[in-house]
Design a protein around this ligand. Structure first.
Ligand SMILES: [Zn+2]
Length: 172
């Protein structure tokens, strides 16, 4: 009868004197993929019960997990459906010399806004007559980018609002 050796394995843990020690590998096991976890295949955001956040390590684990589901986050869904609500027109002459800093500020502002509202995303940029037009999925994001640009680089803002769309002109 092999059943005779079902001695509770739990009793052995009391013998371990170092059971209070946190082993380094427990650190890596802190994230467990649970039902409800998903990731956005476009931007890599991690979703859990309608809450979205960026966590590169979790994203990495989810991408390797064949059972993890891919779900477009609310912002990427809007981009996919071409539901744009805002536009920032970078018509300030300092753009030509400070484009790197300006783009960095725009991306940073997107991150801050997305954290509060995951439907807020940059939806790309188009160049029209040597002026860059940045599209956003929310009106708030376009206005916020305009304010941040003015705060950091001065210039003027001219905001044209309709019920569905906001256009922010940033000029000298
Ligand atoms: Zn996304």
């Amino acid at each position: 009868m092999s059943k005779s050796n079902t001695i509770s394995p739990l009793s052995s843990k009391h013998k371990a004197p170092e059971h209070h020690r946190v082993k380094p590998e427990q650190h890596h096991r802190a994230f467990h993929v649970q039902p409800g976890h998903c990731y956005c295949p476009k931007c890599g955001a991690v979703g859990f019960h309608k809450h979205w956040y960026f966590a590169p390590e979790q994203e990495h684990i989810l991408r390797k997990d064949k059972n993890a589901s891919q779900v477009l986050c609310p912002g990427c869904t809007k981009i996919e459906q071409q539901l744009y609500e805002g536009e920032v027109i970078l018509a300030n002459s300092c753009f030509s010399t400070l484009s790197g800093e300006i783009i960095a500020l725009i991306k940073h502002t997107e991150g801050v806004c997305w954290h509060k509202n995951p439907t807020a995303k940059l939806a790309g940029a188009v160049e029209e007559e040597e002026t860059i037009h940045v599209l956003t999925t929310t009106k708030f994001l376009a206005e916020r980018i305009g304010k941040e640009l003015q705060k950091a680089f001065k210039g003027n803002l001219n905001v044209k609002r309709t019920e569905q769309f906001v256009r922010v002109y940033w000029t000298d």
